[in-house]
Design a protein around this ligand. Structure first.
Ligand SMILES: [Zn+2]
Length: 106
C-alpha cells in the first residue's frame, strides 16, 4: 500500500465565488480539496495577467471524479452562456441548439 498522494489541480477560474462553489461541491462528496491563489484575485479588478484562482485535490486518485463533478454540476450550468437568435432576436438558453421561437440555428 502506497501512502503517497499527489496533489492535482482540478479547476481554475478568475471568480472566487465560482471556485468556492466547486469546492463546496467536492466537499459534499467528501473529496478533500483546497484553494490556491485565493488572495491573488482579490482587489475587485480582473484584468490581463490576473492569476486564476485554483482548486486542487489532495489525492490525484480523486481528480478524475472531481473534474467530472465540476464539469457536470458547475461548468455546464454556470458558464454556458445564453445566446440571442440572429433572426428574431429571441434569447435562448444554452441548452437549445436552435431557436425555440423560430426554430432556426444561430
Ligand atoms: Zn429565432
Amino acid at each position: 500500500m502506497q501512502g503517497l498522494h499527489v496533489m492535482q489541480k482540478v479547476y481554475s477560474h478568475e471568480s472566487l465565488a465560482l471556485v468556492n462553489s466547486a469546492k463546496n461541491l467536492l466537499a459534499l462528496k467528501h473529496i478533500d480539496c483546497f484553494i490556491k491563489n485565493e488572495f491573488m484575485g482579490s482587489g475587485g479588478h480582473v484584468g490581463l495577467g490576473t492569476a486564476l484562482i485554483e482548486l486542487w485535490v489532495f489525492d490525484d486518485a480523486q481528480a478524475t471524479v472531481a473534474s467530472s463533478l465540476i464539469e457536470d454540476e458547475l461548468i455546464k450550468v454556470v458558464e454556458a452562456p445564453a445566446w440571442q437568435c440572429l433572426h428574431c432576436g429571441e434569447e435562448n438558453d444554452s441548452a437549445f441548439e436552435s431557436c425555440w421561437k423560430c426554430q432556426r440555428s444561430p
